[in-house]
Ligand binder design. Structure first.
Ligand SMILES: [Zn+2]
Length: 193
């Protein structure tokens, strides 16, 4: 399955907007700013999954709803300006005919989730972890380093081939090892933030 970042050419600061397409089109996060210029040109859009409700991941949502009327899924729909279906920890959602399991992963923000497809070893991490052993800020409202560490630990048991973060590039090689490295960095409790 091809997964494309519609925000890769964005000049404005934005979270990634990952597009999956196979019979239907699904976005993971909605982005902000000039990513809309790319999103608006999609032929169709059936689903949007929100990893967490920071504006750089959700700002385009109302324009997306107006143009495409997709189903929107989020852990805490009340944090959005649009109607969305609530996801809970352990839920399975079907995207492009594939089952994605929902992991509630607070620490960066309380409504953060990761979604995981076991068959393809694909994980979308939102702002929990990033490439090169990075991890999400925990100094913002609702941030907690201890919760972030506990959330990363939830991912260790998964067989991850590739992870798609909320910022930065896809991690396609040694993804599980990089998850462990992000955990190690977070556990240092250095005053990065
Ligand atoms: Zn964020």
């Amino acid at each position: 399955m091809e997964i494309e970042n519609l925000a890769s050419e964005a000049e404005d600061f934005t979270g990634n907007v990952w597009k999956m397409e196979k019979g239907e089109v699904c976005l993971v996060d909605a982005g902000t700013g000039d990513t809309w210029d790319v999103v608006k040109n999609l032929d169709s859009l059936e689903k949007v999954v929100i990893t967490h409700s920071h504006y750089d991941h959700i700002d385009n949502l109302s324009k997306i709803i107006e143009k495409f009327s997709p189903d929107v899924y989020a852990y805490e729909p009340s944090n959005l300006d649009v109607d969305a279906e609530k996801l809970r920890d352990g839920d399975e959602i079907k995207i492009l005919g594939l089952e994605f399991k929902v992991f509630h992963t607070p620490g960066h923000k309380n409504d953060s989730i990761c979604i995981y497809n076991k068959r393809n070893g694909i994980l979308f991490t939102g702002d929990l972890i990033f490439p090169e052993a990075g991890f999400g800020r925990t100094d913002l409202a609702e941030g907690s380093r201890d919760m972030l560490i506990a959330s990363i630990k939830k991912l260790l048991a998964l067989e991850v081939e590739e992870f798609y973060p909320g910022h930065g590039d896809v991690v396609e090689e040694n993804a599980s090892e990089w998850i462990e490295k992000s955990l190690e960095e977070a556990e240092k409790h250095q005053s990065k933030y």
